[in-house]
Design a protein around this ligand. Structure first.
Ligand code: SF4
Length: 191
């Protein structure tokens, strides 16, 4: 039987918190915000600007990628020097260093792209709309191993495994899923 293909966004969520990935899989995903909906409208323009800056020969907008156990729609695939390079557009400022969950999501798209097009994908890109910065994510062996490990854990969730919430003081207070996982702030609210 073919293995279940896993969405790169779910890989990012699992690395953020396995419990958040569990809630999404079981039907309680956060609905898209107004900011997310507006972002989709400006995405095409952003993709074209990045493609030009990186000297891409060709651009595919919002293609569905599938292969090597990963599947999902990426914002764009840029063709640079005969190789496919996935591009994600994030409606945010660039962080000081790209967090591992974001690197893993980009790497997962690159893994799917190289399986789908049968061309080596060595790099993925993340474009941050608030500053116009583009981060380059090389597809390293470490990232490939991480993506495959997390995809296997997510398949376990689909098979019935329930990961435990990992409460974290920096993540939980702003997490949309806190109402499900029983997180209670230890901070005393100001009146
Ligand atoms: S509130 Fe914390 S433990 Fe609960 S899902 Fe969010 S990040 Fe995970």
């Amino acid at each position: 039987m073919a293995q279940l293909c896993i969405n790169p966004a779910l890989i990012r969520q699992y690395l953020y918190c396995p419990a958040a990935a569990y809630y999404i899989i079981t039907g309680a995903a956060e609905p898209p915000t107004e900011r997310m909906k507006k972002g989709k409208e400006t995405q095409r323009e952003a993709v074209e600007a990045v493609a030009k800056a990186l000297g891409a020969d060709r651009v595919e907008h919002s293609p569905r990628l599938e292969g090597a156990g990963i599947c999902g729609v990426v914002d764009a695939v840029l063709w640079i020097g005969g190789r496919p390079a996935p591009l994600e557009v994030k409606l945010a400022k660039p962080p000081r260093t790209v967090p591992t969950p974001h690197k893993a999501q980009a790497a997962a798209y690159a893994i799917a792209a190289q399986a789908q097009y049968r061309r080596a994908a060595t790099t993925a890109y993340i474009y941050y709309t608030e500053t116009g910065h583009t981060a380059t994510i090389p597809l390293t062996q470490n990232l490939i191993q991480l993506v495959n490990h997390v995809a296997a854990q997510i398949r376990r969730i689909y098979s019935g495994w329930t990961p435990q919430p990992r409460h974290h003081p920096n993540k939980c207070p702003s997490c949309w899923y806190r109402k499900y996982c029983g997180y209670t702030s230890t901070q005393i609210e100001k009146i």
